[in-house]
Design a protein around this ligand. Structure first.
Ligand code: ADP
Length: 561
């Protein structure tokens, strides 16, 4: 009844522990892994990273446009401040405009329109160029007509602006092909609003293409890299009305553009209307980056999940092991009490019988004395085992190695068992080599190991009663073999029987009394001598325990029993 109750409680405890492990560790871990995976998948599906980068690109393009415009305005305002009054004579105006051109090599044309007359000057050294000359003639004629017709309304409109400048950007021609020129048209600051006077300056297309845009783009890209790092960027300026393809020639690019389309683009407004700004990563695309990022995140998450799972498996393993050990310990207590009770009961019974004086024959008396001695020997052996075990567990077990004639030690130990062995009907074979050298051992410990092995052989034999003990030398070690033809040991138990408290699950074993300490002591003793213990056994076919001791002094540290 008691045992059943404990079994039930043990099961309940195990259940409670597993439940706690499940609810407190496995479930949260599984939920965490699941949530992370689905979040990553959503990231991948909705292209969140790509969208994020695109937004960042848009922002950078807007900032770049602002910078470009600011610079264009500032340069134009500098020129505007140099403009002469419209009220001086034409020759003087020409001189002043030429001076502006000389000071501002990035301009191609400057002009001043006053009511009806237009003074138009171009960079003298560029006038050799046929494209510039044609442009000059076209503009002189066109602008005169334009300003005469629309000058008034134009001036009114410009005056309404906070920065009184209008910009016109359009295609033109140069020797190396298509070019874009930008003309600023403004009113002069000191004049009354009603006067139809406009000044103007045309940015040199070659300057825009080769200096102005590339410089600004590079500056922006470098600044972004310095601020945030990451993959190197590249920017481009191109005509807005053409679809950017491989064959389209960009107007200007930052270094490292290479080829291909921009990832994100923005049509320019105000100063450079008609042109567009584009941006991309150097040598890679946002989609590829997104894929790499997602793949890397999946790998990292996978590794972390694996770690968590291995942690859980390990924890479960350790918990199970600890629980099994706890069970073994409680079995041990009941086994030992049982083992103590039986010899004590026998001793008491025979002593009482003798005391009553009813036994008359000397032979009977001798038999009773022998039983009492044998049972007390069994008690001593058991108590010695327990004491040794507790010393080992507390780390206080000490061995005293002395050069010993091991053949004699084994022979003497067996001698005191011979009677018991034969009494129990065992066929006993003893084979001890005569010419063994002295071996440094702790005599008491080795005798105890042998006694434990012999006891086991006697305990775990049923039908065929055989005990064989061999002592011989082989390859520099002394081997002590204890063999029986008993119940044998299942393969899965063979590695465990040397652990403390462990007893095989075989019902044949459970019919036999035992504490599960014997073999763990044998192993500890052997290792303390720098030796090894091995077992060869088949269920039903008997077992053989082989203890090897080195001939030289023991140097190995004892392992735990
Ligand atoms: P105990 O014999 O007190 O149970 P041991 O540590 O001496 O403890 O042995 C551990 C287990 O190994 C035994 O319970 C038994 O299952 C198995 N065993 C040991 N020796 C033999 C043997 N000679 N034949 C069969 N089984 C054995």
């Amino acid at each position: 009844m008691k045992l059943k109750r404990r079994g039930f409680l043990g099961g309940f405890n195990r259940f409670r522990l597993m439940l706690t492990l499940g609810l407190a560790v496995v479930l949260p871990a599984a939920a965490l892994i699941y949530v992370n995976f689905s979040q990553l998948r959503a990231f991948e599906r909705d292209k969140v990273l790509e969208a994020f980068i695109h937004r960042d690109f848009q922002e950078l393009l807007a900032i770049t446009e602002k910078k470009i415009n600011k610079k264009a305005y500032a340069m134009t305002e500098d020129v505007r401040n140099l403009f002469p009054s419209p009220d001086i004579d034409t020759q003087e105006k020409e001189k002043r405009l030429d001076l502006i051109l000389a000071k501002s090599p990035w301009l191609t044309h400057v002009f001043l329109f006053d009511e009806k007359s237009l003074v138009f000057r171009s960079q003298p050294h560029q006038m050799d160029n046929k494209y510039v000359r044609e442009e000059h003639e076209r503009m002189v004629e066109g602008y005169h007509v334009w300003f005469s017709a629309d000058g008034k309304s134009m001036v009114e409109a410009i005056h309404k602006k906070t920065r009184p400048i209008n910009f016109y950007t359009g295609p033109t021609k140069r020797a190396d092909g298509e070019a874009y020129m930008t003309t600023a048209i403004f009113v002069l600051p000191q004049l009354a609003n009603e006067r139809v006077v406009v000044g103007g300056a045309t940015f040199d297309p070659c300057y825009l293409k080769n200096t102005f845009f590339p410089g600004l783009l590079e500056e922006q890209v470098t600044q972004k890299m310095n601020d945030q790092g990451g993959n190197p960027l590249a920017m481009i300026v191109y005509p807005a009305d053409v679809e950017m393809g491989h064959e389209t020639k960009p107007l200007a690019t930052s270094p490292g553009w290479g080829e291909g389309k921009p990832e994100v683009s923005r049509k320019l407004d105000d100063v450079f209307r008609g042109l567009a700004l584009g941006i991309k990563f150097q040598g890679t695309s946002v989609a590829a980056l997104g894929q790499t990022w997602v793949r890397r995140s999946f790998i990292i998450l996978g590794c972390l999940s694996l770690l968590i799972i291995s942690g859980l498996v390990l924890t479960r393993h350790i918990v199970s092991k600890e629980m099994a050990l706890a069970r073994l310990k409680s079995d041990f207590v009941s086994n030992v009490s049982h083992e103590l009770r039986t010899p004590l009961a026998l001793i008491r019974l025979y002593a009482e019988t003798l005391e009553l004086g009813r036994i008359t024959t000397q032979e009977k008396k001798q038999q009773y004395y022998r039983i009492i001695r044998k049972e007390s020997e069994r008690l001593t052996a058991l108590i010695n085992n327990i004491l040794d075990f507790s010393r080992i567990e507390a780390g206080r077990k000490e061995y005293e190695f002395r050069n010993t004639d091991i053949a004699e030690l084994v022979r003497n130990t067996l001698e005191s068992y011979r009677y018991q062995i034969e009494q129990q009907g065992f066929a006993f074979e003893e084979s001890i080599d005569a010419d063994l050298p002295a071996v440094p051992v702790d005599r008491e410990a080795i005798a105890r190991a042998l006694v434990n092995l012999v006891n086991n052989a006697l305990k775990y034999s049923s039908d065929e009663k055989f005990l064989g003990v061999k002592l011989y030398r082989e390859n520099g070690v002394v081997k002590l073999e204890v063999a029986d033809h008993g119940i044998g040991i299942a393969r899965r138990d063979q590695s465990k029987i040397f652990e403390k408290f462990y007893r095989a699950g075989d019902p044949l074993v459970h019919n036999t009394k035992g504490s599960g300490l014997g073999l763990s002591l044998v192993r500890h003793i052997t290792q303390a001598h720098g030796g090894e213990i091995a077992v060869e056994s088949t269920p039903g076919g008997g077992s053989k325990f082989i203890l090897s001791l080195p001939l030289a002094a023991a140097t190995a540290q004892p392992g735990s029993a």
